[in-house]
Design a protein around this ligand. Structure first.
Ligand code: NI
Length: 188
């Protein structure tokens, strides 16, 4: 088991589009296993490869649904369709979204209520998941990471300004910052 350092906003790997996965080998299996360990240790409900410094198109997720069941998995080379299109507004829930690459901060962002994810698993087997609500939010958030987009980039103006101030105050927004779950406490 390996917990990987999580890159913090400002690190270039978080702000550039990731490349498709082409090699489904042991190295990829190890990466995914380490990404699960890192996500559970953080703890988080999703983690994309660029967040651990790997510019590849995959993410892991772990969504506890309303029945208390955990829906976890890995989505490799995903495609995502969402409905309705996002409006870029704030949510009425003022802390609706957070990100392990902007640790300890939360800001409101309205997401599409429904999402259809198509991806392949570690055996290159295609699968499809229809999600709504929070689960759909996780997919939209993680999919954004693969295109070099952080949720704070999507915030409505006033919240975007608050987020930018918070990032400056914490000394982030430049290359090289990371934190290690289980070692660094960056909540609150
Ligand atoms: Ni994130």
């Amino acid at each position: 088991m390996a917990i990987l350092p999580i890159r913090i906003t400002g690190d270039p790997v978080l702000h550039e589009p990731a490349e498709p996965v082409t090699r489904f080998d042991d190295e990829l299996r190890t990466l995914v296993a380490d990404m699960y360990d890192t996500m559970f240790a953080a703890p988080g409900v999703g983690l994309a490869a660029p967040q651990v410094g790997v510019p590849l198109r995959l993410f892991v997720y772990n969504y506890p649904d309303e029945q208390g069941n955990e829906r976890r998995g890995v989505a490799i080379n995903p495609e995502l369709w969402i409905s309705p299109p996002p409006t870029g507004e704030a949510d009425e829930d003022t802390e609706s979204e957070g990100c392990l690459s902007v640790p300890g901060e939360r800001f409101p962002l309205r997401r599409a209520d429904r999402a259809l994810l198509r991806a392949v698993d570690l055996d290159e087997k295609p699968f499809e998941i229809e999600a709504s609500g929070w689960f759909a939010r996780i997919f939209q958030h993680e999919f954004d990471h693969l295109n070099g987009v952080l949720y704070v980039d999507r915030l409505e103006f006033l919240h975007h300004r608050r987020a930018t101030k918070a990032v400056v105050k914490r000394g982030w927004g430049k290359p090289g910052a990371s934190w290690l779950p289980g070692v660094d406490d960056l909540e609150g």
